[in-house]
Design a binder for this molecule. Sequence first.
Ligand SMILES: [Mg+2]
Length: 303
Amino acid sequence: MEMEENHLSKITVINNPQSLNQKIAAIRNAGPSKLQVIADFDGTLTRYWINGQRGQSSHGLLQQGNPEYDAKRQALYEYYHPLEFSPTIPLEEKTKLMEEWWGETHDLLIEGGLTYDAIKNSVANSSIAFRDGVVELFEFLEERDVPVLIFSAGLADIIEEVLRQKVHRSFKNIKIVSNRMVFDDCGRLVSFKGKLIHVLNKNEHALDMAAPLHDQMGDIDKPVTDNTSVKQRTNVLLLGDHIGDLGMSDGLNYENRISVGFLNDNIEKNLESHRNAFDMVYLNDAPMTGVLKLATQLCSSVD
Ligand SMILES: [Mg+2]
């Protein structure tokens, strides 16, 4: 890791290089067949800033083609978003509030007649972009049959459409665990599938939630990463941008985990807690190329 530290010294912070190197060695020894990647989507795989402006989130980019309902969802955002970050609301109460927010938002999407075409158009008109190197990372992992689970409290259908439009291809090793929509024959949203995944529960038993979902990415007809095989991959490379993202590996009895945190905002205030929580912290909206180098190292054969 020495070379990388020097090379990226302005954007990488490693709290305990010795511990990181031990984890790298252990994962490398076990080989790629034991490795999986678990990643958050917004602000982790995607850039936080785009041309000096905040990039959009998978939820935030959605225009349902019905201004009245877009305004209603925005009003919910303005009411609940500050509550999400309130330091005084107890967790149990906050969880109820987040369930309310997500539930009401989903109801509005159905009531307002969201169509799949509106999702396509929203993504086409959005300012959302993957970090440089994300596609190369996915390709690298696909070639080595390393599964990537993307956990998000957003909307799976939007994340998949972002992948289609921004990457122009699908990956057989990627599985998205997020809120999934059900459309009727006319492409109109009628319901949501499965358990509601909001910002405070996305990590609870996330791997179990992954089990019943069938991958519906474009031309993929069967998921490669079934839950059993994922549970047997006991080495984890975890990517997130909030400390809460560390919980994404909670359903897993992992042996080694390297956690990489992207610190996008309030850097001075949050650096200390991020560097204590993650094995590596990337600052300043860093590209994914450092993680690609790390993955290359983790997958290289031991001689
Ligand atoms: Mg995020």
